[in-house]
Design a protein around this ligand. Structure first.
Ligand SMILES: CC(C)(COP(=O)(O)OP(=O)(O)OC[C@H]1O[C@@H](n2cnc3c(N)ncnc32)[C@H](O)[C@@H]1OP(=O)(O)O)[C@@H](O)C(=O)NCCC(=O)NCCS
Length: 175
């Protein structure tokens, strides 16, 4: 078996990303079934500064997207992690973690100030994400909305209700 490769998405990966994301989220309790369409919409609107694939034995087995978020206090350079997906048969082998770690490294190298994620704390706290009462998100229990401040020298501590790109909504049926 060849080693796992984490790399930026290329044009030829688009169909595989769509398929593996739909596959991974199928049946997930927290899924609305639009995650693969969200990635397409983010790409179309130019809001996919970090989009990484995990390649294992020549197969695209996982993907993670990061897109800009807005915070009403005007704090800039914050991003949202997601969707994150790994092919069901390849889960629990470290691929999701490798994608998150590399993605956060890429964000830092782009000059990002921080990152939020809506997800299970049991998974995301291992990367340094933590609940931050100053940052809120509508539509999910507070303990599932997590933040990681990259603590830039000039970094402010953001406060307020975080909004994701419109691409997350246009991807919904009727959106
Ligand atoms: C979540 C997901 C991306 C993790 O990828 P992965 O390659 O399986 O994860 P890793 O192998 O790096 O890490 C496995 C660890 O994550 C935990 N984990 C996996 N999926 C989890 C989930 N949905 N919620 C909480 N913990 C999860 C495992 O229990 C394991 O924990 P351990 O190391 O303490 O044993 C993958 O399970 C997936 O695609 N799930 C369906 C889509 C999804 O839910 N995406 C995330 C939305 S926020």
């Amino acid at each position: 078996m060849k080693p796992l490769v984490i790399r930026r998405e290329e044009a030829g990966d688009v169909a595989a990303i769509r398929a593996l994301t739909a596959d991974a989220f199928r049946g997930a309790a927290h899924s609305d079934g639009t995650e693969h369409r969200v990635i397409d919409a983010l790409r179309a609107s130019g809001e996919l500064p970090v989009s990484l694939v995990a390649e294992l034995d020549g197969e695209v087995a996982g993907h993670v997207a990061f897109s800009p978020v807005s915070i009403p206090d005007g704090t800039a350079w914050w991003y949202g992690l997601g969707p994150l997906a790994v092919l069901p048969l390849r889960q629990s082998a470290g691929i999701g973690s490798a994608l998150v770690r590399r993605g956060l490294d890429e964000l830092r190298s782009l000059g990002a100030a921080g990152c939020v994620v809506l997800g299970d704390p049991a998974f995301y706290t291992r990367f340094g994400f933590a609940h931050d009462a100053a940052l809120t998100f509508d539509g999910a229990p507070a303990e599932y909305f997590l933040a990681l401040n990259f603590e830039r020298v000039d970094g402010a501590r953001p406060r307020g209700r975080v909004s994701y790109s419109r691409a997350f909504f246009v991807a919904k049926p009727g959106g």
